[in-house]
Design a protein around this ligand. Sequence first.
Ligand SMILES: [Fe+2]
Ligand SMILES: [Fe+2]
Length: 172
Amino acid sequence: MNRYGDEEFKLQYYADDILKSEGMQYSKSNRHHGEVSVYSHSVDVAIISLKLARKLKLKVDEKSLVRGALLHDYYLYDWHEPDESHRLHGFSHAKTAYNNASDVFDLNHIEKDIIIKHMFPLNLPLPMYRESVLVCIADKISAIKDYSKQMTWVREHKEALQKYIRNQDISA
Ligand SMILES: [Fe+2]
Ligand SMILES: [Fe+2]
């Protein structure tokens, strides 16, 4: 196996069924942070988790790590859409993701823990396995990456944005 692309290979090796599932394909159309889809974010979290485990030389169950990471945000809705049920998204989506994922996939105890605990410390139960801790950290790293991409885009388009705002007729 080549060093380059190891993680992408492992995603397909361990979780091709998840990647091709209807729910994951649907999550390509749901925005997560900025313009990043839930699908891209989930793939990113799985890759970061594998890289962290390798860098830290941790012995992990890679298959469970990958499958749990891919399903950690399997909540299957766009939380940006105004809807009463999305109001507590931050607190409730881990449980929703678990319920949806367990309807379709046979989850083991590590995968279950990864999904339910990934919002620690917003959701209080402590992650119980090193795989859950890795996904919890990878999720935060991925979110910071997404937001910093947005900030870079704003900086790069600052002049064009200012020009656009100046040209808007705000008296209308
Ligand atoms: Fe999440
Ligand atoms: Fe996430």
